[in-house]
Design a protein around this ligand. Structure first.
Ligand code: GRF
Length: 205
């Protein structure tokens, strides 16, 4: 193991296309890190298959097997600590993290959201932007705090919504941006180039 490399945990509940982009960018050397473990709350998440294809350790934990969300997150933190994780990357992870989790990885949890936060937070950022009639959509990578999609913003990018564009078409274009933006944000973290001052994330050269 290269000791300069950071150790990432990716948490995903669904398809895992962001996970795939992160793994590929670790393997091609763009991100100075390795994905040490992939964890999901969903037994049928395709993300788990993707991780296995790369021989990456996987863990599936279902919330129904725990008395509370705190108890679930306590276990998640225990597992991630056992993998000596430097950064927790939420990639389509459909659970809100509790204070138990935040305590365990203070300032070391990132999320990606398919909208220009603070607009259209929540589970359907793309659909909500279309329903609202927005002309611009986008992607936000942010640190995670106790709120839903409220933490300090690391990177954002935007695109113009085309007239008559369907949700599927827009989602496809948004995913293309995500697969570039998330690796970039993770790379910056791994290089120690992100400095948080209040709500502002500063980029150190
Ligand atoms: C992405 O659009 C991400 O922004 C959101 O969930 C989706 C996950 O997609 N948080 P995938 O599972 O990485 O393909």
């Amino acid at each position: 193991m290269n000791s300069d490399k950071k150790r990432l945990a990716v948490l995903a509940s669904g398809s895992g296309s962001n996970l795939q982009a992160i793994i590929e960018n670790c393997q091609n050397g763009y991100i100075p890190a390795e994905v040490a473990v992939v964890l999901s709350n969903n037994t049928s998440a395709y993300a788990i298959e993707r991780a296995k294809n790369f021989n990456i350790a996987t863990v599936v934990l279902e919330t129904k097997d725990f008395d509370s969300r705190e108890a679930y997150d306590k276990k998640v933190v225990e597992i991630l600590k056992s993998y000596e994780i430097d950064l927790v990357v939420l990639a389509g992870y459909m659970l809100l993290v509790t204070s138990e989790f935040l305590k365990g990885f203070q300032g070391r949890i990132m999320n990606i959201h398919p909208a220009l936060l603070p607009a259209f937070a929540g589970t359907d950022g793309i659909g909500d932007a279309l329903t609202y009639g927005a002309k611009v959509a986008g992607v936000t990578v942010h640190f995670v705090d106790e709120g839903c999609d409220t933490g300090p913003i690391i990177l954002q990018d935007c695109l113009k919504i085309k007239e008559g564009e369907t949700k599927e078409e827009l989602a496809k274009r948004i995913h293309t941006i995500e697969h570039r933006l998330y690796p970039e944000a993770i790379k910056l973290f791994c290089e120690g180039r992100l400095e948080v001052e209040g709500r502002t994330v500063k980029l150190k050269s």
